[in-house]
Design a protein around this ligand. Structure first.
Ligand code: ZN
Length: 345
């Protein structure tokens, strides 16, 4: 089958459109999905550049997100059968450890991601465990189905499972235009929260306003904590959604209300952060880590997607063989929403 692979780490020039063996079910619980669309995440750029401590067998197939039609199933698979339309949860866990047994799959010590540790979705087919697929109705396009899983699972767990956002609370989201930030905006709006978003580009703020953001701040020119305080009667935001790390951390803490929760899933600008512990305890604030989500989180958020209650924003759709264009657009930071690769049947 054809796939987007790497044989060395580096920039988009390392991407190849290659012939690799087509997967078949290996264990009795395996499902092989004939992919119809896949979507990029920042993770794919990190894998392309090479991650410390992670080595691949080349050629390595990239891609975490995908959706398609079930092509083959192992003998023990009961929930889906060939021909079913499914989307894929990119996080694969062991199903046997303490965390997996209590339904906290993303805490599994051997948690692995498609395209990072396992062969990915930028291919004509991918093999995953049965628990990693969820049916999607025909009302959802392949592009939307592929754009949905990683960012909506991540944002759902951050806002619902971890920070437990309530109606009427204020949520601050940095860097609107990124996949997780846009998913967080969509989910926070649905939860009845008031949403403040930031970007360094006014055009992205305009588009976020059209999607329902209540206040849009250009973080390149404005004092974000001061703007947040002004907009909240000096209280600050109840929840801050962090994905950037070093560049925004101090301003995130300064924007946080008494009793507020800062929830982080990323460090795209660097991993080393500081906090004044006195501020934290005096203001009863909480810092929460979060990554991906459990099978239960995935089932919940996918159900809302199937009903049309949540929709990903798709920026661009290109054919699989033009993946390099999509990677270059992601590197440029110009995208608003997901970059999707279309895969011919
Ligand atoms: Zn486990």
């Amino acid at each position: 089958m054809l796939a987007v692979t790497i044989r060395a780490y580096g920039g988009p020039e390392q991407l190849r459109f290659d012939e690799v063996p087509r997967p078949a079910p290996e264990g009795p619980g395996d499902v092989v999905v004939a992919l119809r669309a896949a979507a990029l995440n920042h993770l794919d750029l990190f894998v392309l550049r090479g991650l410390p401590g992670l080595t691949h067998t080349f050629p390595h197939v990239l891609g975490a997100d995908g959706a398609g039609v079930v092509e083959a199933v192992g003998s023990a698979v009961r929930r889906v059968r060939p021909g079913d339309r499914v989307l894929i949860n990119p996080g694969v866990s062991c199903a046997a450890c303490e965390y997996c047994l209590r339904g906290e799959e993303s805490l599994c010590p051997t948690y692995r991601l498609l395209g990072e540790h396992l062969p990915g979705t930028f291919a004509e087919a991918v093999r995953v465990p049965e628990v990693n697929v969820q049916p999607v109705p025909a009302s959802v396009t392949w592009a939307e189905a592929a754009a949905f899983p990683l960012v909506f699972l991540t944002a759902w767990r951050m806002l619902v499972t971890r920070a437990a956002v309530r109606r009427g609370e204020t949520v601050l989201i940095w860097g609107i235009g990124g996949g997780v930030a846009l998913a967080a905006l969509t989910i926070a709006r649905r939860l009845g929260a008031r949403v403040i978003v930031t970007s360094s580009r006014d055009a992205k703020l305009e588009r976020a306003r059209a999607l329902g953001a209540d206040l849009c701040i250009n973080h390149a020119v404005a004092d974000v904590p001061a703007e947040v305080r002004r907009a909240t009667d000096r209280r600050g935001a109840d929840v801050v959604v962090e994905t950037a790390g070093e560049a925004t951390w101090e301003r995130s803490l300064k924007s946080l209300a008494r009793g507020g929760r800062l929830v982080t899933c990323g460090a795209t600008t660097g991993p080393r952060i500081e906090a004044d512990v006195r501020r934290l305890f005096w203001r009863h604030q909480t810092i929460m880590g979060s990554t991906m989500g459990s099978a239960r989180d995935f089932a919940q958020v996918t159900r809302l997607f199937g009903r049309g209650a949540l929709r990903p924003v798709v920026d661009t759709i290109v054919p699989l063989r033009e993946a390099r264009r999509a990677f270059e657009r992601m590197e440029s930071g110009e995208q608003f929403g997901k970059l999707v690769l279309e895969i011919a049947a």
